[in-house]
Design a protein around this ligand. Structure first.
Ligand SMILES: *Cc1c(COP(=O)(O)O)cnc(C)c1O
Length: 453
């Protein structure tokens, strides 16, 4: 019985898969403040030309430059596992496979795009990158990538995380990044917030404003985003391409593919290469799994909204809970985003991608069950996919269906043990975001006249 299904380094994919080529309708364009689609020029102040081109490209296959593949080979191809022990524990006829993205140096899938973004910025002559980070997964990934490509990386880390997750901060510093608690005194945005509230804990929205302000203000500096944008999802498709080859090696094809969904990048990464088959008529379910406390795809509306809390970004057509939605303090920091990728959103709206919300306690129960059978302690974000798979595997146990289930283990939970402690102490609560609160924040959606006709 095979447990790990491994590809050789030579078998690592040479191209990313661009889902835009197979979508039944063209993606809704991002809009500027005037309600008109934004052109490439509007993005040029903070992104390099190659990434802007990828953001808009409809080419099905986009080559992965050799310099990027060289770095990815430090941990890729990542292993595909058959979860034999979890299957036994659930007494299910279902076959459960998972792609282990926790094997990257930063511990998640995020370096897959960080490496690509650092490379294209270096090629464009950029010397410095700025970004924001919440729990620290993305900041670590960009710090690592910047180090490997000789770029200075400046990370604005949400102040409360800066103090609560000191080891994520040390990790970024080990990889040579400068880390600032946000709001900081070094940007106008930071100073404005601090003048109003010197005790501000910060937020992702504020940290984005600081990082974008620095990038927009200097020729030698660009900004990098860890999820949501089309080019980020593109870079993550290497996950699903590898998984497809690995399943082929053991003569399998999934009935269902699951991934946790925050901004949609690891979900798009594992699911989109299978979407190509779905678009060609194959029956397969692609399931994005989110927290009931931040139910973007399951309870949000499909509308144009800002990507950040303050309203600096272009408007994106996506499922949103409203840009000023304040998610409760749930323990899967990476899933606490008010919106979602425009590509994932549109495919969900068109009924081609499914979504499921699971409550927090069920996700930790699934995470502990997984750790006790498969060994790996999963990130709280990843436990959302595990919980959904556990539900499906139990259903298979009742019906006797031998379904093949695939999920993405997006990261390990080694820096999240305080959250596991709280779960064991019985301190975690389930939180359904109340419908009235969602309705309230949806009242603040920007008014947009644009109609794709
Ligand atoms: C950031 C993160 C996520 C959520 O982000 P997506 O862009 O939706 O993939 C999920 N899992 C882990 C481990 C993360 O670090």
């Amino acid at each position: 019985m095979k447990t790990k299904i491994l590809l050789k380094e030579e078998d690592m994919p040479t191209h990313w898969y661009n889902v835009m080529a197979d979508m039944p309708n063209p993606p809704a364009p991002p809009l500027g403040p005037d309600g008109k689609p934004v052109g490439p020029e509007a993005l040029a102040a903070i992104f390099p030309p190659a990434l802007i081109e990828q953001e808009m490209s409809a080419e099905r296959w986009i080559p992965i430059p050799e310099d990027i593949r060289d770095v990815l080979r430090l941990w890729r191809p990542s292993p595909l596992y058959r979860a034999h022990r979890l299957e036994q524990a659930l007494n299910t006829p279902a076959k459960i496979f998972y792609k282990n993205e926790a094997v990257s140096p930063a511990g998640s899938h995020k370096p897959n795009t960080a490496v690509a973004q650092a490379y294209y910025n270096r090629e464009a002559g950029i010397k410095r990158l700025t970004t924001e980070t919440g729990a620290g997964q993305w900041g670590c990934s960009l710090a690592l990538a910047g180090q490997l490509f000789g770029l200075e990386v400046r990370v604005f880390m949400v102040k409360v995380s800066y103090h609560q997750k000191p080891y994520r901060r040390s990790m970024m510093q080990t990889w040579g990044a400068n880390v600032f608690a946000s709001p900081s005194e070094i940007t106008n945005s930071g100073r404005t917030i601090l003048a109003r509230d010197p005790e501000s804990d910060g937020s992702l929205g504020i940290a984005i404003s600081e990082a974008v302000e620095e990038a927009a203000g200097r020729e030698d500096t660009n900004y990098a985003l860890g999820s949501v944008l089309n080019h980020v999802l593109l870079h993550q498709t290497i996950i699903g391409e590898e998984a497809k080859k690995q399943l082929e090696m053991v003569g399998e094809y999934p009935d269902m593919v699951f991934a946790p969904c925050g901004g949609g990048s690891n979900f798009g990464g594992i699911a989109f290469p299978f979407f190509a088959d779905k678009a060609a008529g194959k029956e397969i379910a692609l399931v994005a799994v989110e927290p009931t406390s931040c139910p973007t795809l399951t309870k949000g509306v499909y509308a144009y909204d800002f990507g950040d809390a303050i309203g600096l970004t272009p408007l994106l057509k996506m499922y949103t809970l409203g840009h000023d939605f304040m998610p409760p303090g749930i323990h899967a920091g990476g899933l606490r985003y008010h919106g979602d990728s425009a590509l994932v959103s549109q495919l969900h709206y068109e009924g081609l991608v499914d979504a499921l919300a699971v409550p927090q306690i069920e996700t930790f129960e699934a995470g502990v069950l997984f750790a006790r059978n498969e060994g790996i302690v999963p990130a709280p974000e990843s436990t959302h996919a595990i919980a959904a798979v556990v539900r499906e595997a139990k259903r298979c146990a009742e019906t006797g269906e031998p379904k093949t289930l695939l999920f993405n283990l997006s990261g390990h939970g080694h820096f999240d043990m305080a959250s596991y402690d709280r779960f064991f102490a019985g301190e975690l609560r389930d939180y359904d975001y109340p419908d009235e609160a969602i309705q309230e924040s949806l009242k603040h959606l920007p008014k947009v006249k644009f109609d794709m006709g």
